[in-house]
Design a protein around this ligand. Structure first.
Ligand code: ADP
Length: 632
């Protein structure tokens, strides 16, 4: 019942705490969601504002490098681009791998190389063709084309060294072929091929590396197709040049796209503006007018420059995602960027939705709840143990009352019957009458002792017992008690064997005790030894002096005491289970009284026992001289 009540209380307390924690958590989540919403709105407004500002700045961008004041209006790390009739300029300067507007090829003089073609391609007269080319090499207008053809014919005529030399001369020419390709590019490419075919791999690789460097530096204004063709040719020849850097290819493509936009603006004769996210996350913002196009490319972290979170928002994360990208797990707030011309969205999330203050509040709440729970359980335990102790004492007391009543009733009944017989002269035989008087005397004394014991124990318990202590020879007292007890023992068929050393050695065992109390304690031990020995009919009494103490032990070979009862038997009203089961009468105050007496005399009582083997109770008292010494 009590346990149920305590458990109910504890359960209610746990339930209440959980409810409180849950409510607190929901409140905190709601707060952090509201905060996230506010910050998302703020960030979107800032991004919109920054982009508008950058666009305004673009109107002022006419040439690169821009004026410092204009640069300062854009985030760090942007690339400025200006496309105009004059050129395509970037700041910081970046090389273009391919040009969106390769220069126009020069007009060819028709028929100049007809004779050479006839000799080279139809008649296969290489020497004559080469001779025919010589004067054309001297003429600046035809020099580059003539060198190209000469090198080709020399190679066909199995003069590779001569061809290599001729191509080498051509590499320093700036002219373009009729299809708009630089002669120098064709010459270097051809040298790579010939060197490779000749098995001069090292030289071929060196030549390829130099061509690679020229292509990457944007040395020639070539189309994207030409760039890719010549790059791929090097790889197909087995001259490993890898892949062109992705960033450079993307930047060149971006410029090509811008160029087309500018051309459109020119053809429409109107202005256009736009924003576009690049595959690497950078942002392109442009403004195209018929006379020029100005643009900036902001680095991938442009969002951080476009919006600044208020202080204390370090726990908020945001990401730019395409519209169809999956949402991150957890609570997320989404804002579309469609209004600023970017077909993407911004996702805002909070790292720790429960703030530090809230979690310390939770800890406090939890701590309080645990404390409360401990108090409830502790109080329950205290009440429970107090009640069970009271119940135990009540049971012991009722056992005691029953036992005492029994102790009195049986002898009183006998005494009554016997007295009645004597009064009515119904025992005619003198010897039997005498026996009855002895029995009456014996039983009356026993009852008297029992009453005295009970009264004395009551006094001892309340501290009212007065002891009259004097110096006595402990062994003398033992002998006297044993002698007094022997008659009772023999009547029950018991023998007492005492070993107390020599009777005249009286000084050795002097103790400062109350004689009557001492004898009562010893007699109690002797009676117990007899009472709890169902088979063996001998009780041993030993006396010894050890370390300034007198040890008097009473040993039996009786039923013994269980280990878990060896302490309890010294408590008042407490009786052993085996004794109760065997129906041995007793009140449970004997050993408690022995212990009280031993303690009052400055000593103690010890017990050694084993079930089925027997018990030894030892009364330990300080020698009178030793006690005095200690007192001083
Ligand atoms: P009681 O009136 O029951 O004898 P005591 O206080 O003298 O009360 O003893 C307490 C209990 O100790 C006994 O009920 C018994 O179980 C146990 N006891 C005492 N003396 C002995 C003994 N010599 N041998 C076995 N058990 C003993």
């Amino acid at each position: 019942m009590l346990l149920g009540g305590v458990l109910c209380l504890a359960g209610w307390q746990v339930w209440l705490t959980l409810r409180l924690l849950d409510q607190d958590r929901n409140l905190e989540l709601q707060r952090s969601h509201e905060r996230l919403d506010q910050i998302a709105d703020l960030a979107l407004a800032q991004v919109t504002g920054s982009l508008g500002d950058w666009e305004l700045g673009l109107h002022e961008l006419n040439a690169v490098p821009p004026a410092p004041a204009l640069q300062a209006r854009f985030p760090k790390g942007v690339t400025f681009i200006v496309v105009s009739e004059k050129d395509i300029a970037t700041y910081p300067e970046k090389s273009l791998l391919f040009s969106p507007a390769p220069p126009n090829p020069p007009a060819e003089e028709p028929g100049t190389f007809d004779g050479v073609d006839e000799l080279e391609l139809r008649e296969l007269q290489y020497d004559r063709a080469m001779a025919l080319l010589k004067p054309l090499i001297v003429r600046p207008a035809t020099r580059a084309e003539a060198l190209l053809r000469l090198a080709r014919i020399e190679y066909k005529a199995r003069q590779p060294e001569a061809a290599l030399d001729t191509y080498a001369k051509l590499t320093s020419e700036n002219a373009l072929t009729s299809s708009g390709l630089p002669y120098a590019l064709l010459a270097v490419s051809a040298r790579c091929r010939i060197l490779k075919e000749l098995g001069r791999t090292h030289e071929a690789q060196a030549e390829a590396s130099s061509l690679r460097a020229s292509l990457l530096a944007g040395r020639w204004p070539i189309s994207r197709e030409s760039f890719e063709y010549h790059w791929a040719t090097l790889n197909s020849l087995g001259l490993d040049v890898g892949q062109p850097p992705k960033a450079s290819v993307e930047f060149s493509a971006l410029i090509a796209g811008l160029f087309i936009r500018w051309r459109n603006a020119q053809s429409l004769g109107s202005n256009t503006t736009g924003r576009e996210l690049q595959p690497d996350g950078s942002l392109l913002v442009w403004n195209a007018r018929p006379d020029r196009l100005s643009a900036v490319v902001a680095p991938p972290d442009w969002l951080n420059s476009a919006a600044k979170f208020p202080p204390g928002s370090g726990d908020i994360h945001w990401r730019l995602l395409s519209l169809d990208a999956a949402k991150a797990p957890g609570y997320t707030v989404t804002r579309s960027l469609a209004d600023v011309g970017i077909p993407d969205r911004l996702d805002f999330s909070i790292v720790a939705p429960i703030s530090g203050a809230a979690s310390s509040r939770r800890t406090l709440l939890l701590g309080g709840a645990v404390l409360m729970l401990m108090v409830i359980l502790g109080a329950g335990y205290v009440v429970y143990s107090a009640i069970s102790r009271e119940l135990q004492v009540a049971k012991l007391q009722s056992d005691f009352v029953a036992a005492v009543s029994h102790e009195f009733r049986a002898p009183l009944t006998t005494l009554c019957t016997l007295t009645e017989l004597l009064v009515q002269h119904r025992i005619p035989d003198e010897s039997r009458r005498q026996q009855s008087y002895v029995f009456l005397d014996h039983e009356t004394k026993r009852l008297h002792r029992l009453v005295e014991d009970l009264l004395d124990f009551g006094r001892m318990e309340s501290g009212r017992k007065q002891y009259r202590t004097e110096d006595h020879d402990a062994f003398q007292l033992v002998r006297a008690t044993v002698a007094d007890f022997i008659q009772q023992a023999e009547a029950n068929g018991f023998r007492v064997e005492a070993d107390l050393g020599s009777p005249d050695n009286s000084t050795a065992a002097t103790v400062h005790v109350d004689q009557e109390a001492f004898c009562r304690a010893l007699r109690n031990l002797l009676e117990n030894a007899m009472k709890y020995s169902p088979v063996c009919r001998t009780v041993w009494v030993n006396g010894a002096v050890q370390d300034h103490r007198v040890l008097i032990s009473v040993r039996d070979q009786g039923m013994g005491i269980e280990a878990d009862e060896r302490q309890a038997v010294f408590q008042k009203f407490s009786r052993g289970e085996a004794a109760k089961k065997a129906g041995i009468k007793g009140t449970g105050i004997g050993l408690a009284m022995v212990q009280q007496i031993a303690l009052a005399m400055g000593g103690e009582i010890r017990l050694q026992s084993e079930v089925g083997v027997g018990s030894t109770f030892t009364l330990v008292l300080p020698l009178a001289t030793a006690e005095e010494g200690a007192a001083h």
